[in-house]
Design a protein around this ligand. Structure first.
Ligand code: URA
Length: 291
């Protein structure tokens, strides 16, 4: 590796670590699991975010305590309903270096392409692994490939994908700087929902994929993505807009699937609220929403 590549790796690793700590702390704070220092609480009050009390010296120490013993949040007006996420760990281990990550993802994609772990292998045209780079620290997870994705090998290229792209650019981000993948990597026939056994067969791939990408925030698109990532059966209507944690350390924002938005345009307002929260979480500017 050249000196320049090594420096890029280090910068990227530092950015991801900082972002992971910020995301973890924000989600833990929003869930009531930890307090925040006064300065952060003042910032929250100024921005209308929920405030928390009292400050704790070390978030890591606080989170190690059993959930029942954790301090309750002070009464505050929450921006979104938040229920306690499964806080079980401090921010994750350092992510793999960029070059290792690229190689790891490439190798994993090869494994996925050769997979015959469930019945979907016999009906797919090809597997659909991912698109984008994840350099923004942001990952969108959908349900599974449809006909267009099965034909092209790339996720979210059909009508729902085009709406997802507009959502991404509406956030002020480039389509290629976010990482996009699905709960299952093969198209369920007739675009039906993937069955629990199919989701289970693909889970290991998704876990390894996310461990390599190490996003600071995951946006879970629709009920299947929420259930596949978090294992909860809570309805998407109830859970959307509420920060959760994936594997106890990556912030997850559940929101509606773009295919649902195509059928129900009135839900776009709620999704924009969720995406704004994601941008704040990432420390990104929040653009004005176009009418
Ligand atoms: N819907 C999804 O959930 N994923 C895709 O890749 C396309 C449509």
């Amino acid at each position: 590796m050249s000196e320049r590549e090594a420096a890029t790796d280090e910068r990227e690793e530092l950015r991801r670590l900082t972002s992971a700590v910020g995301a973890w702390l924000e989600v833990a704070r929003a869930s009531g699991a930890v307090g925040v220092p006064r300065s952060a609480a003042r910032r929250s009050a100024a921005s209308g975010e929920p405030t928390a009390a009292p400050a704790v010296p070390s978030a890591r120490a606080e989170v190690a305590a059993p959930a029942a013993a954790l301090p309750q949040r002070a009464a505050a007006k929450p921006v979104t309903r938040v229920s306690p996420p499964p806080v079980s760990a401090a921010p994750g281990a350092a992510p793999p270096a960029l070059s290792d990550r690229g190689q790891g993802l490439q190798a994993l994609e090869g494994e996925v392409a050769a997979c015959s772990g469930c019945g979907l292998a016999s009906t797919r045209t090809q597997t659909v692994f991912a698109r984008g780079s994840g350099s923004a620290g942001l990952c969108f997870v959908g349900e599974g490939p449809g006909a267009d994705e099965d034909a092209t090998g790339s996720p979210f290229v059909g009508a729902a994908g085009q709406l997802l792209d507009r959502m991404i650019t509406g956030m002020g981000l480039d389509r290629d700087e976010v990482y996009v993948c699905n709960i299952v990597k093969c198209r369920p026939p007739g675009n039906r929902k993937p069955e629990p056994a199919e989701i289970a067969a693909c889970r290991g791939f998704l876990e390894r994929q996310l461990a390599l990408v190490q996003p600071a925030v995951i946006v879970a698109l629709g009920a299947t993505a929420v259930h596949g990532l978090l294992g909860t059966g809570e309805s998407i209507t109830r859970i959307r807009g509420n920060w959760k944690l994936y594997q106890g350390r990556i912030a997850v924002m559940p929101t509606f699937h773009p295919a649902y938005l195509l059928r129900t345009p009135s839900a776009k307002r709620a999704v924009w609220d969720d995406l704004q929260a994601v941008l704040r979480q990432l420390g990104r500017p929040v653009p004005e929403r176009k009418a």
